[in-house]
Design a binder for this molecule. Structure first.
Ligand SMILES: Cc1ncc(C[n+]2csc(CCOP(=O)(O)OP(=O)(O)O)c2C)c(N)n1
Ligand SMILES: [Mg+2]
Length: 555
């Protein structure tokens, strides 16, 4: 496919059969592809008119209006219509070519050259996006349609470098029938892993149902903390960044990743997965790396997937694994019987295949339990090693927190190596952006939203100093916040990175204020190195003001 045919096919896949626009030198390939596809091409006499026509079309039909212009003056002429559509929340996609990918982005005299066309349209649209590859075109367009459906619709501009329109490239068409395909893949897979990100927050029960059906373990991202009951045997917790969890994921034949970017900020390493990757996400840009992409809300797609898997397992008795697989029944002999038949089938390559719906072994365990127990053990070991510098304090905090408590944590080692790895709670954490000074104000916001929610703040001495003045706000609001600050004399993580580089650490050893005195100056409570940290956190929850609790790091 070429870039232009990718545009035409993607628009058709989203139900677009009418396009308003004016042809020009740079968009001929688009006109060609759309005409071949049978789209209705309406040609007003000015691009502003094309935009207003698309606006009216959208208002009456209830479908997004699509505008196609050429570069420079063509698309800029449609800007007023984009501005109008913006004001009135009209769903509109403006598609235009832009300067070629090879263009140096400075004045060269290229026809219709505009200093920064995409930036100009970005100023009047919800956004403007310049794609950089043919493969990106479907997801960039799909993102606009998802945006219209998900919230307040507004115009979106997609710019395609002129040279990509005729360039060949692979691109995944928007998924159709992804759920049945995913169900088939899961019902036939050996070892299955499930990854839940923040987007799966409302799909915890469905995830567990699916996990039970295919005997999977579930790992969460940092934003996925608290989706599953902390002590559930299938819940590995927020362990996606641990080497042991990643090794297990790589060993899975199929992975279902739900509502997660699978991003470096979650994985902390370059992680490549080569098995069958099923991705469920509202953002189609996220699912482009999937073997089976499903663009949908997790709370809609995951229950449906679980139901389809249940049907596939029951009805088809699909092979879940081969007899040589270490995952098969955890190495235990299959117990057969009229209620739990083990069926020997054919994998299609002449090898025998054991097939089961759900089979218990002699010890009453689920298939694969022995292997899964080993994964759980390794992850717990890795967690404990990471959290060692704060072991006693974390135990005390864990004991002090009510079951539904939320942890607001900062971008400090105490939080991501310590608390994240051990406290099985819902976390408010600056995962992707990695900012400092997040925890205290985020906790204040959480308390404003739900005053009865027990919230604890965890931060390093560096992080807390970014927004420590918000203690005044917390005092003013009378918030019963325990604020546990781990003091290690400054930016410990950066100090360690400098040493590892290697270089002599500079600018990382900070004077820390006396946090207890500081807290009291703000009108908060303050306590340093309490012998009974658990009791102190309990007292902080019972207070009518925030309490700063200083702990010393032992690393
Ligand atoms: C706004 C912002 N500035 C700088 C950084 C870079 N940075 C990352 S971790 C860190 C140190 C944080 O210190 P502290 O909260 O005391 O935690 P520690 O590393 O000592 O565990 C810094 C400066 C950042 N992430 N965000
Ligand atoms: Mg520090």
């Amino acid at each position: 496919m070429t870039g232009a045919t990718a545009v035409a096919a993607t628009l058709a896949a989203h139900g677009v059969d009418t396009v308003f626009g004016i042809p020009g030198t740079h968009n001929l390939a688009l006109y060609d592809a759309l005409a071949r596809q049978g789209a209705r091409l309406v040609t007003p006499r000015h691009e502003q008119g094309a935009g207003y026509a698309a606006d009216g079309y959208a208002r009456i039909s209830g479908r997004p209006g699509v505008v196609l212009t050429t570069t420079g003056p063509g698309v800029l002429n449609a800007a007023a219509a984009a501005g109008q559509a913006y004001s009135d929340s009209i769903p509109m996609v403006l598609i235009s070519p832009g300067v070629p990918t090879t263009h140096p982005r400075r004045s060269t005299g290229y026809l219709h050259e505009t200093k920064n066309q995409s930036a100009a349209m970005d100023a009047v649209c919800a956004w403007s996006h310049r794609v950089t590859t043919v493969a990106e075109i479907p997801s960039a367009l799909a993102a606009a349609f998802v945006f219209f459906a998900a919230g307040r619709p507004r115009p979106v501009h997609i710019e395609i470098p002129a040279d990509l329109l005729d360039a060949e490239g692979d691109y995944p068409l928007p998924a159709r029938g992804g759920l049945p395909e995913a169900a088939q893949a899961l019902a036939g897979a050996g070892r299955v892993g499930i990854v839940l990100g923040g987007g799966a927050r409302e799909a915890g029960a469905a995830a567990l149902r699916l996990a039970d059906l295919v005997d999977a373990l579930v790992v969460t991202t940092i934003n996925g903390t608290g989706i599953l009951p902390p002590a559930h045997r299938r819940n590995l917790g927020p362990a996606l960044f641990l080497a042991s969890a990643q090794a297990w994921l790589k060993s899975c034949d199929a992975v279902v990743a739900v509502g997660t970017e699978l991003a470096p900020s979650d994985l902390w390493t370059d992680f490549t997965y080569e098995g069958t990757l099923i991705r469920i996400d509202v953002d189609p840009a996220q699912t482009t790396t999937a073997t089976i992409p499903i663009t949908a809300h997790a709370e809609t797609a995951l229950p449906a997937l679980a139901t389809l898997v249940a049907k596939a397992v029951e009805a088809d008795h699909l092979p879940r694994t081969g007899p040589d697989s270490p995952a098969i029944n955890g190495g235990h002999p299959l117990r057969t019987g009229p209620d739990v038949p083990a069926i020997i089938g054919d994998a299609g390559d002449g090898r025998g295949v054991a097939v089961w719906p759900v089979i218990t072994d002699d010890r009453g365990e689920m298939p694969g339990r022995a292997a899964l127990a080993e994964v759980t053990r390794r992850i717990a070991q890795e967690r404990a090693a990471l959290a060692a510098p704060w072991r006693a304090e974390l135990d005390a905090i864990a004991q002090a927190l009510p079951a539904h408590a939320v942890v607001a944590a900062d971008n400090s080692m105490f939080c991501y190596y310590g608390a994240l790895a051990t406290l099985r709670r819902r976390f408010l954490f600056p995962a992707g952006f990695g900012t400092l000074g997040y925890a205290l104000p985020a906790a204040i916001g959480a308390k404003v939203a739900d005053p009865d929610l027990p919230v604890v703040v965890l931060a390093g001495d560096g992080a807390l100093q970014f927004t420590v003045q918000e203690l005044a706000t917390a005092v003013e609001l009378g918030l019963n916040l325990p604020i546990v600050v781990a003091v290690n004399g400054g930016y410990g993580e950066i100090r360690a990175e400098m040493t590892a580089r290697p270089m002599t650490p500079v600018a990382v050893d900070l004077h820390a204020p006396d946090f207890v005195q500081l807290a009291r100056a703000f009108g908060a409570r303050g306590v340093a190195h309490p012998a009974d940290l658990r009791g102190e956190i309990g007292a902080a929850f019972a207070a009518d003001r925030p309490t700063v609790i200083v702990i010393q790091e032992h690393s």
